[in-house]
Design a protein around this ligand. Structure first.
Ligand SMILES: NC(=O)c1ccc[n+]([C@@H]2O[C@H](COP(=O)([O-])OP(=O)(O)OC[C@H]3O[C@@H](n4cnc5c(N)ncnc54)[C@H](OP(=O)(O)O)[C@@H]3O)[C@@H](O)[C@H]2O)c1
Length: 259
């Protein structure tokens, strides 16, 4: 039986994606800080898919060295990871000079450092076994600078470019890396990032659900796509920046983020 490691499995896209692996008979290691939420997820999966083993490892992946601790824990249980889903991440809103370094540091640590370290730790084994699928959750934020979310947008640009580069390096090895780029999605993300109602996450608008985005990302992962942008409008917006001057792109994004 193959096994998937899903980070950020306690809610949103990661939670929804965990069910998709279980449905396909793939074992799970689920991780996040909220242990109770992970236990609820384990119970639900156990009742729907009793043959699928679900291992819980609750940890804070924004701590220095967290990826190595998680890797060692999984190794000590004798579990081999075939699917690595680097989904845990968060954002923060506000003018950069008014944001807190401690929060920015945690964001960079979680969205960039831990994600990179987990790839560094798990991909060599996948390559040796000639099978592995990695899904790094980026965002449509990856395609342009983001005034009022400067650090978050930049972390997601990193995720996109890093993923595309290593996917290219790994061609022909049996291991692929997919960058999933969702647009605004109905999860706890906006709340955690401090978005106010009426802006980008206007509650009057209808956004895709975590289940829809997870299903799209899961398909892209299995098809070994390099970059998967969810939604046609998101696809057009993400790519339109290539055809207009960079300063226009930043100005338009600033307008969208502050209107
Ligand atoms: N929703 C959107 O609009 C949107 C759009 C584009 C990209 N994304 C990306 O999608 C991914 C999933 O987010 P989501 O939308 O599903 O939001 P979410 O519901 O807030 O889920 C975030 C997940 O990350 C985990 N997490 C946060 N901080 C963590 C930490 N320090 N250590 C370990 N786990 C941590 C959370 O679990 P705990 O709190 O239990 O630790 C939770 O399971 C993120 O990378 C996000 O940047 C979201």
């Amino acid at each position: 039986m193959r096994t998937a490691l899903v980070t950020g499995a306690s809610s949103g896209i990661g939670r929804a994606m965990s069910f998709l692996f279980a449905k396909d008979g793939i074992g799970l290691v689920i991780t996040a800080r909220n242990e109770n939420a992970l236990m609820d997820l384990q119970k639900e999966i156990n009742s729907q898919y009793p043959a699928v083993p679900v291992t819980i490892i609750s940890c804070d992946l924004s701590e220095t060295g967290a990826a190595q601790v998680l890797y060692n824990n999984i190794q000590s249980k004798g579990i081999v990871i075939d699917y690595l889903i680097n989904n845990a991440g968060f954002g923060d809103t506000g003018w950069f000079v008014q944001t807190q370094w401690s929060k920015n540091e945690q964001m960079i640590q979680l969205n960039i450092t831990t994600l990179t370290a987990l790839c560094q730790l798990f991909v060599p084994g996948m390559k040796q076994r000639q099978f592995g699928r990695v899904l790094n959750v980026a965002s449509t934020a990856a395609f342009q600078p983001g005034p009022t979310m400067a650090v978050y947008f930049a972390t997601k640009s990193y995720v996109l470019h890093f993923s595309e580069a290593i996917n290219s390096e790994l061609k022909g090895t049996g291991v692929s890396v997919t960058a999933l780029c969702p647009g605004p999605t109905e999860t706890n993300f906006a709340n955690a990032a401090g978005f106010k109602d009426g802006g980008l996450f206007d509650s009057k608008k209808k956004f895709p659900t975590a289940e829809e985005v997870a299903a799209f990302g899961y398909r892209a992962l299995m098809q070994q796509q390099s970059v998967a942008i969810h939604g046609i409008m998101n696809y057009i917006m993400a790519n339109s920046g290539r055809f207009i001057p960079r300063n226009w792109v930043v100005a338009i994004t600033k307008w969208m983020m502050t209107k």
